[in-house]
Ligand binder design. Structure first.
Ligand code: SAM
Length: 423
């Protein structure tokens, strides 16, 4: 939903994902299970538990200790370090735009969000937390990261079955699961089975389950077959991800070796890089990563996360937990044919023909699973250099996209069949 007069959209990510399937759609209650859990726990999180009562003796001791602590606190007034001050400046630069988009969203798109929330509540009417947890516990899911570490990993296969009654009568086909580029070359989704679970593979998709050292397998033989849209969501080092063991992370320097340039189309490519709000990472991305990959910055977009009732997931100005994440956009130039002077081609008109993305664009949506990003293909398709048709690749993907290539160590994560229902 375009938010009238603003540089912003509201996106129902679950609906957008569903649109790519002929016979299936995502289960909204599954896609948004985290936000449902979040809203039902919200009141508990908001009020801290009362402190336990203590004896009069304890009281006098703790009282004097408290006074001492208070004195100490007064002395050590918190002063932000250089990076924190930088981050605060960046925040001040965009908070007005984000707030304007949010207020316009509240005024225009909220009925749609409300009906969406009501629909979700109808699916899960009673004690949402319990139902979602029980349902998830019962379902077996493959942990591809762990499976990939086993010595038996090279022996695992994925077997395609038929997608639906209407699909052509192809026999069962099997492929080595890890380190192999696997493709669903037909124009409808297929069901595939591996490690005792079933997965839904969207039409015309391709994927590679591997560690970063195998990503070069996706580099095309000729840059004319390269990608014009690259979406990258790196496993940035992050304390919360480590603590909760959500997925393995990578040191920043490993990202420098991603073959971004080699993956790009000869006519150039739009690159979208997700970044957390840590100033250190932002500076690394802007000062080292983009230059190393040969990317010219074009715009910064913001993903504002709202709860199912349309309210921001946290206050906009909270110091260490912003309700938004950044998407850095930039261009890889067209690649000169061998033997051509670089400058001539880059300075030519080929790069300038296409529309550029607006700066400070705001995507408002309800977040899905931890770190799951909203789908970007339709939003970015108008800003591609070269061929207008999207030829997209997602690096560090946890799901597949129709017509795209997905790479990461768990790109089938959100393709488990129980995440979908028949249309
Ligand atoms: N964009 C994804 C989404 O919307 O669901 C989230 C990506 S998450 C931030 C980063 C992903 O990179 C995780 O799935 C993680 O397991 C994967 N990853 C971590 N280390 C990796 C490595 N060495 N090679 C390949 N993938 C890796």
């Amino acid at each position: 939903v375009r938010i009238t007069g603003k540089n912003a959209v509201f996106m129902d990510s679950s609906l957008v994902v569903s649109a790519a399937y002929s016979y299936h759609c995502t289960k909204s209650e599954r896609y948004y299970s985290r936000s449902l859990l979040f809203s039902s726990c919200e009141s508990i999180v908001a009020s801290p538990p009362p402190s336990p009562p203590s004896s009069p003796l304890d009281d006098s001791c703790s009282g004097s200790r408290k006074r001492k602590r208070k004195k100490k606190k007064k002395k050590r007034l918190y002063t932000p370090n250089e990076k924190e001050s930088f981050a605060e400046c960046r925040h001040q630069e965009v908070r007005g735009d984000i707030l304007e988009a949010y207020e316009a969203f509240q005024a225009t798109a909220i009925p749609r969000v409300k009906s969406h929330a009501v629909a979700l509540r109808q699916i899960l009417p009673a004690n949402t937390t319990t139902i979602v947890c029980q349902e998830q516990e019962q379902e077996q899911e493959v942990d591809f990261v762990e499976l990939g570490k086993l010595w038996q990993a090279p022996l695992y296969e994925i077997t395609f079955s038929q997608s639906s009654e209407r699909s052509s009568g192809q026999g069962l086909r099997s492929f080595t699961l890890f380190n192999t580029v696997i493709e669903n070359a037909i124009k409808e989704e297929v069901v595939a089975e591996c490690a005792g679970c079933r997965f839904l593979l969207p039409c015309l998709c391709q994927f590679l389950i591997s560690d970063i050292n195998q990503v070069h397998q996706l580099v095309p033989g000729s840059s004319c077959e390269g990608f014009n849209l690259l979406v990258i969501d790196p496993p940035w080092e992050n304390k919360s991800v480590h603590r909760r063991a959500l997925y393995p992370t990578l040191p920043n320097r490993s990202l420098l070796s991603l073959p971004v340039k080699q993956l790009a189309h000869a006519d150039g490519a739009l690159v979208a890089l997700w970044i957390t709000n840590r100033e250190k990472l932002r500076q690394f991305a802007e000062k080292e990563l983009f230059p190393a990959w040969g990317i010219t910055p074009a715009a910064v977009w913001y993903w504002l996360k709202v709860k199912e009732d349309g309210v921001m997931v946290s206050p906009l100005d909270l110091a260490h937990h912003k309700p938004y994440e950044c998407l850095l956009l930039g261009y890889l130039p067209c690649q000169p044919p061998l033997g051509t002077d670089n400058k001539d081609v880059h300075g030519g008109t080929a790069d300038l023909k296409h529309e550029k993305p607006p700066d400070k664009f705001v995507i408002i949506s309800v977040p899905g699973d931890h770190s799951r990003k909203p789908p970007l293909g339709s939003l970015l398709s108008g800003f591609l250099p070269g061929p207008k048709k999207v030829k997209g690749i997602e690096l560090f993907a946890r799901e597949l996209t129709a017509g795209w290539t997905s790479w990461g160590n768990e790109p089938l994560r959100f393709q488990h069949l129980p995440y979908f229902r028949r249309k």
